[in-house]
Design a protein around this ligand. Sequence first.
Ligand SMILES: Nc1nc2c(ncn2[C@@H]2O[C@H](COP(=O)(O)OP(=O)(O)OP(=O)(O)O)[C@@H](O)[C@H]2O)c(=O)[nH]1
Length: 445
Amino acid sequence: MNNEKKRHDHHDEDARHLFELLHNNSDWVWEVDAQGRYTWSSDVVTELLGVPPEEVIGKTPFDFMPPGEAERVACAFGAIVTEKRAFSGLVNRNQRADGSIVVLETSGIPLFDEHGELRGYRGIDRNISNLGERVLQLETIYETTPVALCMIDREGRLVMFNKAMAKLLGDNAPLETERRFQQLIPDYWPFFLTDFALAESNEELPSRELGWRDRCYDIQSVPVRDAMDGVIGLSVTWVDITERRQAEHKLASANKVLQQYAQHDHLTGLFNRRYMDERLLNEIARALQDDFPLSVCLADIDYFKHYNDTQGHQAGDDCLRLVARTLTSARLRSSDNVSRYGGEEFLIILPGANLAQAMNVAEGVRNDISALKRPHSASPTGFLTISIGVATLQHGQLRFEEKPLHMIASGLIHRADTALYAAKKQGRNQVVSARDGHASTESTP
Ligand SMILES: Nc1nc2c(ncn2[C@@H]2O[C@H](COP(=O)(O)OP(=O)(O)OP(=O)(O)O)[C@@H](O)[C@H]2O)c(=O)[nH]1
């Protein structure tokens, strides 16, 4: 009898204690039915929402939230109820009876009846107004930023992802967090495995440029660590750089076209004088450095003014194009360069060619042009011909040249021009070298 009374007293004591715990605490304890209507509430609700427990019964949590917030939370809570799972840390804004806003952190566990059917939830709400407002703001920023963000854990699960990331994944977007990245974008998983390995060894993670469904992304992972500094996941940023890359490609092609214009003669397609002057400086510098000879051939169409005057300017242009084609199809080395140097004047740079070799090339070119048998009434041959002046920077002689490059270049061109003048003077349709001023081939009248 005595023991029985003791047990009874204990029971009373526990019940009083439990009552105190439930109603006189900082957390609000509640139960809802399967439709989310409160079926039981501790007194703490008065403190949190400014209404007594009896006014809460029959209502749902969404009845205490501002409309936009109710919609947002309903969305998150809908997924939880569908899966009939426990949840925690669900942050939500509520409107108190006096109109003020209180931010609550809600956690709960599902309750099942004897048939295993969901009969409701039991849980607690905690007032986190100070911290909560900041958390919600950060969540909003995370959710609505146009940059795609996600967090991948070590098993490849997509633990978190924002709206932009869901859009990026499109119909690949996971409906449950259990979906693994390996299944979503299998090709990228090896990159993240590498990032995990680098993060483990405290190395910097590189940014990567990868394509996914016709878009181009700049992807950067940052390790997420636990309290013991272990890597538990990767926070990944996906910046869509498709437009930037497209603009860069357009710019590169435009630059290519501009460069083509800047370096080429539009009539013949050959390199122009501006390019060739620069090229000549580079070739002379190379010849000086490696101590090899370099020659230039300056070619000029004979009696071209007359050709123009009799055949017309258009035919003159065609003739210039024909000469350009013939010069480029001559058997030159790949390092040789042909340009239109002036109106009807062409320059050929022959790196590595000594005077004899250059004379040979020039003679071949002269011969090619006369072999075209292009009628030209003013020419003594009756056909189109060219005259060529050849000048060479001799191997060995260069070493002692101490002039600036541009002076060596202009001196070389000047000597070729003087030789060309001599060729014209001696009857045209011939090649003359700057050294001796003698024609290598006489014109054939
Ligand atoms: N059709 C055409 N003619 C051009 C072009 N550039 C220069 N010319 C012509 O080339 C001719 C060059 O004439 P001249 O410098 O007097 O020389 P030439 O008549 O060839 O006489 P020699 O060089 O002494 O044999 C001029 O009539 C220019 O108008 C061009 O792009 N197209």
